[in-house]
Design a protein around this ligand. Structure first.
Ligand code: URA
Length: 437
């Protein structure tokens, strides 16, 4: 079919044959198909949706539009597994989870992103560590995964190149918010790393990428079904992002928190709650544990023995960071010139947090990007952010702001106060793990 004929089928609500869809997506990767044609196709899909079989075909075609990694020649003594998240604020899960499950025998080739909109990016956080190079050559990446069990790196143009073009066009044609397109975009990239199993963390709440709980739920269901049908067994968890997940947001501050968690501190916090559930799913999917109890025992051992922290340390060093980073992080992580507490205007109990606003304030401090090519200030952000249900008064601040100067700190303080609603009654956090698909 000519590209315009495939677009016509979608426009008229007719089914798309798998091989024609695959040829169209390959044409996008090869630049034979124009941006105008991509835009017409994404809008027709946005308006008419896709059948489950079409989403599977689109996902496969996106995955296969570039290099698909293989691991079988390395004879790894464990499964190749990964996690992906729709992103959030204070979401440092990947940084703890990757090394933790690697310490339990899994191999984790984690390809992560930069901050997007109000959400933080794992790569930006890792780049707080001097020398950390998230772009090793592909063979070096494989060797680090083999030796250390995990490598967290950035996306290169070789994986799923069709998605790069499609996403760029969607961004400027009002066609981002389509469950079939989001599903194929996320999975096309993720499944190109040659996984045995995947766990997906779909966020719900005021800091989530999806605008409503129903949309988050629909995306979680779609991803679990499509990935599994495309050949990679996948579980999706719907998890709470109605407040920052860790009590901090920013880059260096989240690395500091990561080290505390890997040392086994604050094991009962919300971020460890989500990380542990995802880790359990990964160990079970990777056949490293045959029950939830067995998985938890294994995970506890890896944390208590220091093995998980050791894997993180070795990964950082293998990717160019200091060999003693986890022993002396304060010697390496830069600190903001201004670190001050932000007090609420009155005493009260935290009832609600506009998590997106906290994320945007972190971006404005310089911790994320307002423009694609902007540099990130790794020093800035918030720490010790109060959680829903916490009691605040003139001795317990809302958070500490880390800023490049006092004017930026004051602006961020005002934004944080506006983002937090105080009440007088006891308040409870939303359920952490809401559903599993
Ligand atoms: N993230 C992606 O990678 N793709 C989407 O379409 C949405 C979020």
């Amino acid at each position: 079919l000519l590209p315009q004929e495939l677009i016509r089928l979608k426009r008229d609500g007719q089914p798309l044959p798998d091989h024609e869809l695959a040829a169209f997506i390959q044409g996008i990767a090869d630049e034979r198909i124009s941006d105008a044609q991509i835009g017409a196709f994404t809008m027709a899909t946005y308006l008419n949706g896709m059948s489950p079989a079409e989403v599977v075909a689109l996902t496969r075609a996106t995955r296969d539009s570039g290099h698909v990694m293989r691991w079988d020649d390395l004879n790894l003594p464990g499964p190749v597994v990964d996690k992906h998240s729709t992103g959030g604020v204070g979401d440092l899960v990947s940084l703890v989870l990757g090394p933790w499950v690697a310490a339990c025998g899994a191999f984790v080739p984690m390809i992560s992103g930069r901050g997007l909109g109000h959400t933080g990016g794992t790569l930006d956080k890792l780049e707080s560590i001097p020398g950390y190079d998230p772009y090793p050559a592909p063979e070096r990446f494989r060797q680090i995964v083999k030796q250390e069990g995990v490598a967290i790196i950035g996306q290169t143009g070789q994986l799923a190149p069709a998605d790069k073009r499609i996403y760029g066009v969607r961004d400027v044609t009002a066609t981002v918010e389509s469950i079939p397109l989001i599903t194929a975009s996320i999975l096309g990239k993720k499944l190109a790393s040659g996984l045995d199993a995947l766990v997906m963390d779909v966020k719900v709440g005021s800091g989530a990428f999806m605008p409503t709980p129903e949309a988050s739920r629909e995306l979680a269901q779609s991803i679990a079904r499509v990935a599994t049908q495309a050949g990679t067994p996948t579980t999706a968890l719907l998890t709470d992002m109605s407040q920052p997940l860790a009590p901090c947001a920013g880059n260096a501050v989240e690395i500091t928190e990561t080290l505390a968690l890997l040392r086994g501190e604050r094991q009962d916090g919300r971020v460890m709650g989500v990380t542990r559930e995802l880790a359990v799913e990964m160990l079970i999917a990777g056949k490293l544990a045959d029950s939830r109890t067995a998985a938890i025992e294994k995970l506890d051992r890896a944390l208590d023995s220091g093995a998980a922290a050791e894997v993180f340390s070795r990964m950082v060093h293998a990717l160019g960071g200091p060999s003693d980073f986890i022993e002396r992080p304060d010697d390496y992580l830069e600190k903001a010139p201004v670190i001050v507490p932000v007090y609420a205007e009155r005493a009260g109990i935290v009832a609600r947090i506009d998590t997106r606003a906290v994320g945007m304030s972190t971006v404005e401090l310089g911790g994320g990007r307002l423009r694609n090519d902007a540099a990130v200030d790794h020093r800035v952000g918030f720490s010790q952010i109060a959680a829903v249900g916490d009691s605040l008064d003139n001795s317990r601040p809302l958070a500490f702001v880390h800023a490049r100067d006092t004017a930026a700190a004051e602006r961020a303080a005002g934004q944080l106060r506006a983002a937090v609603t105080l009440g007088d009654d006891a308040a409870h956090a939303d359920t952490l793990i809401q559903e599993t698909f």
